[in-house]
Write a protein that binds this ligand. Structure first.
Ligand SMILES: [Zn+2]
Length: 238
């Protein structure tokens, strides 16, 4: 099954926090989008892996993604090595996305930059003919996504480009808040963490609003790219 966009996140909820509005917008334009979570977020202070599985499935339903998979890597301890790269390559070759979205290049949680580099490296390696991978007993074809972009999560990273997501913030916020075990919840008796504050929940909207302000729209999401972002002509620029 070929997808247009494949979004990777170290933990279930990373994709929602980083780029859910962009995903919702692309789906509304007829694009096929999938999500691959690297871990089940089992080290999260609140909730459990089982609960995160359910929350992730609900968020996928809200966004309308075609598929969501979880690679079951070890939360906090997965590595950017051959073993993990091959698992990512299998996903890239399985879904043959034109665009890959992945974690922030730098962030508070150590898994985010690690996952970011792991996915970026795998996108390159996936295009090499002599790296053989098999899925369900069948040999896979090489595939290199045309673009790899990194979303922005906890830290304020200066984006290389921003996407107007006006009209899609409600979907983003719904997809984030479905992770009720993770974010601001005055009824929770579990320990507080940096992401359970009301300020953090509010930041999802106020960051998008601020990025939107800077480009003259209501809301925007920012991305970075390891190479130049190329445009064919000026007509699609806002
Ligand atoms: Zn995370």
């Amino acid at each position: 099954m070929k997808l247009d966009i494949l979004a990777f996140g170290a933990h279930p909820d990373d994709v929602e926090l980083g780029c859910a509005a962009t995903i919702a917008k692309e789906i509304s334009l007829g694009k096929k989008v999938g999500i691959v979570d690297l871990t089940r977020g089992e080290l999260g202070t609140r909730g459990s892996a089982e609960l995160r599985d359910k929350e992730a499935a609900n968020a996928a339903g809200i966004l309308g993604v075609t598929v969501r998979e979880n690679l079951g890597f070890a939360d906090g301890f997965f590595k950017n090595d051959k073993e993990h790269q091959l698992e990512i390559i299998k996903m890239i070759r399985k879904y043959q996305p034109e665009i890959v979205l992945c974690n922030a290049i730098d962030d508070r949680h150590i898994d985010h930059p690690k996952g970011s580099q792991l996915v970026s490296d795998a996108c390159f390696l996936s295009g090499l003919l002599k790296i053989a991978t098999e899925l369900d007993g069948a040999q896979q074809e090489k595939w290199r996504p045309k673009q790899v972009y990194h979303y922005i999560q906890w830290k304020n990273i200066e984006p290389d480009f921003v996407i107007d997501v006006t009209g899609f913030m409600d979907k983003k916020i719904s997809s984030v808040m479905v992770y009720s075990s993770q974010f601001f919840n005055p009824k929770s008796s579990e320990p507080e963490t940096p992401i359970t504050s009301k300020n953090f929940t509010d930041s999802i909207e106020y960051r998008a609003k601020d990025l939107g302000r800077l480009i003259g729209v209501d809301y925007a999401e920012g991305f970075t790219s390891e190479r130049y972002v190329a445009i064919e002509n000026f007509s699609k620029l806002i």
